[in-house]
Design a binder for this molecule. Structure first.
Ligand SMILES: C[S@@+](CC[C@H](N)C(=O)[O-])C[C@H]1O[C@@H](n2cnc3c(N)ncnc32)[C@H](O)[C@@H]1O
Length: 224
């Protein structure tokens, strides 16, 4: 488990993906298909899940958000996207590393209470050109991908980790449509965070930087 928890990130040419340590989920997967499938079947019923888990509401520690903000700042971005901003830890991080005061920042958050916190936090931090939409990022991204007019210099975040089966139907439709739009194969085992990362990558301008906190299953191929 220590090894899994310590696997922090990998970097590609224009993007960095930070691996959030979901040690329990990863450990279950690593025990092999028969044990893990049985355990997951017994453990995961939608009625047993908390509101926090059903919306994928696990927040990023401030020091990690600041580290990510420093990394994207190196390209002096003038536009930044946070596709699932929660209470706005990344906006606070952007303001702490400075240089983002004039950047056009766009955020999305489904939960109205959290969206208000994020909006107020960004305003209090002096990020004056920030717009936070209390709406579904996946639907917005489909429209943006279709009209091809919107690209971002930097994209940061920690997308919701929600099993496909737990997503409300309209979100399932959008998650699948993102794969179709990008001509990628989709299965109903695909967790919500994957659609967020793919849509975000497609909205990144060439040479931009994307840094996201994701589950360690990103390194799991499904084949042993
Ligand atoms: C893992 S939390 C991360 C919050 C914040 N980015 C952070 O790093 O602390 C994911 C957030 O995504 C929100 N969310 C879930 N589905 C969403 C959707 N379709 N569009 C926008 N936000 C969504 C959840 O309410 C939750 O606050």
């Amino acid at each position: 488990m220590a090894n899994l928890a310590n696997r922090t990130f990998f970097v590609r040419s224009s993007s960095a993906v930070f691996v959030r340590s979901r040690v329990l989920a990863t450990a279950l997967r690593q025990t092999g298909p028969s044990v893990s499938d049985n355990l997951e079947d017994k453990m995961n019923f939608i009625e047993n899940e908390t509101e926090q888990k059903l919306r994928g509401g696990y927040y990023t520690p401030s020091d990690l958000a600041i580290f990510i903000a420093q990394w994207v700042k190196e390209i002096s971005p003038t536009s930044v996207l946070e596709p699932s901003c929660g209470d706005g830890v990344f906006f606070s991080a952007l303001s702490k590393v400075s240089g983002f005061q004039k950047s056009k920042i766009m955020g999305f958050e489904l939960d109205p209470v959290e969206a208000v916190k994020a909006r107020e936090g960004a305003r209090d931090a002096g990020l004056d050109a920030t717009t936070i939409h209390c709406s579904d990022f996946l639907q917005w991204s489909l429209d943006a991908l279709e009209d091809r007019s919107t690209k971002f210099d930097a994209i940061v975040g920690n997308p919701p980790f929600i099993r496909y089966q737990y997503l409300p139907e309209p979100f399932q439709v959008c998650a699948e449509a993102i794969f179709k739009t990008l001509a990628l194969p989709f299965t109903k085992h695909t967790n919500a965070w994957v659609s967020f990362v793919l849509a975000s990558m497609a909205l990144l301008r060439p040479g931009g930087r994307l840094a996201m906190v994701v589950p360690s299953e990103i390194g799991y191929s499904g084949r042993s």
